[in-house]
Design a protein around this ligand. Structure first.
Ligand code: SF4
Ligand code: SF4
Length: 343
């Protein structure tokens, strides 16, 4: 019942989901991200131990190991084991570059895997991710799928890859992927990547809007979405396509809205009421995009997520006062039935 109380208050009684940036290191070279250009920090094992000790009392059901590239933390397996030992399921969010090399470890230590797949061909993948790894990632995915770990591919849809959505689906299916997900490249918010290392400067290190679709791209994108709905009807029906056709059409609205060719309706989201993001050094955020609300200290995680700044940010986004929410590409919503584990 505790998670339900979160939905009627801006103070959190429970924390169903935690996203942990366990390292800033990354072996990818994505054109839309600056993390790989900056010095690496790894989450300390003391911080991991502190979190693992507090998770049961907060009812943390799932932890997402992220980064940077989570598999670049030299002790990611040990971290996963510590969280599993206290009853928390471990989801690994990865660029996939180490999956083939460490397939058995993923099978042994991880409950579910989400892999970025930003192209349907080796050329497009490399153009976006900066490394030649399309084939090796899919080989790793196949090995892990065969080992029984549920896998989701996630594609950040952008100008360079939107024509390859059918190829991406085909490649993911051939590798045994259970869920295929698409979200839009973030053209409006830089919080989730570079600026958190940018010494407070509001000037992003990269110009993300260059990756948005242009007005000229929109008819082709609409045609691709129609094709997906027609050619992959069985995959939509089975849930293998993570988003419904209606939800995918929101991607079109997102890219078309700046050209006044569609209206983008802000998403439904209660991420800050059911989850938190914790960075490498213990910095706490209500979600990927809202500002930091404090830092994990000796008083513990429950106090950290209920610090005055955090409660105020929750009240503000819930009241529609945060501009970040208007064009958010990665909202999360869980209703009461979902929080109670009723499907
Ligand atoms: S987007 Fe992710 S995989 Fe790509 S460089 Fe940034 S942290 Fe690494
Ligand atoms: S809509 Fe996006 S920015 Fe707003 S609270 Fe949800 S995840 Fe955060």
């Amino acid at each position: 019942m505790l998670p339900l109380l979160n939905l009627v208050s801006d103070k959190l009684r429970a924390l169903p989901l935690v996203v942990l940036y366990i390292t800033d290191g990354c072996n990818s070279r994505c054109v839309t991200c600056d993390i790989w250009k900056l010095p690496r920090r790894n989450m300390s094992m003391e911080l991991v131990d502190q979190l693992a000790a507090e998770f049961p009392a907060l009812g943390v059901k799932q932890v997402i190991l992220s980064g940077g590239e989570a598999m670049q933390h030299p002790r990611w397996q040990e971290i996963a084991a510590k969280f599993r030992a206290v009853g928390t399921k471990v989801m690994l969010l990865t660029n996939g570059l180490f999956l083939k090399k460490q397939a058995q470890q993923v099978i042994d230590f991880v409950d579910a895997l989400t892999v970025s797949l930003d192209g349907g061909t080796a050329q497009t993948y490399q153009a976006i991710r900066g490394v030649d790894a399309f084939d090796v990632i899919l080989e790793g995915v196949s090995l892990i799928a065969a080992g029984g770990v549920p896998i989701t591919t996630r594609t950040t849809v952008q100008r360079r890859n939107f024509r390859e959505l059918p190829l991406i689906i085909d490649a993911a299916k051939a590798a045994g992927v259970g869920k295929i997900s698409f979200l839009a490249v973030d053209t409006s918010n830089h919080e989730a990547f570079g600026p958190r290392f940018n010494d407070g400067s509001s000037i992003p290190l990269i110009s993300v809007p260059d990756y948005a679709l242009t007005a000229d791209d929109l008819p082709a994108f609409a045609a691709i979405l129609e094709r997906l709905e027609r050619d992959y009807a069985a995959d939509f029906a089975s849930g293998r396509m993570a988003e419904s056709p209606q939800k995918l059409r929101r991607l079109y609205d997102y890219f078309a809205a700046p050209f006044e060719q569609a209206t983008f309706v802000p998403p439904r989201c209660n991420a800050p009421h059911i989850s938190t993001v914790i960075e490498v050094d213990g910095t706490i955020r209500p979600c990927f995009f809202l500002p930091a609300s404090g830092k994990l200290g000796a008083e513990g995680l429950k106090a950290g997520i209920n610090a005055a700044e955090a409660v105020d940010l929750r009240r503000a986004y819930r009241s529609g006062e945060r501009s970040e929410c208007a064009r958010c590409v990665c909202p999360l919503y869980r209703g009461p039935r979902s929080l109670l584990g009723i499907s």
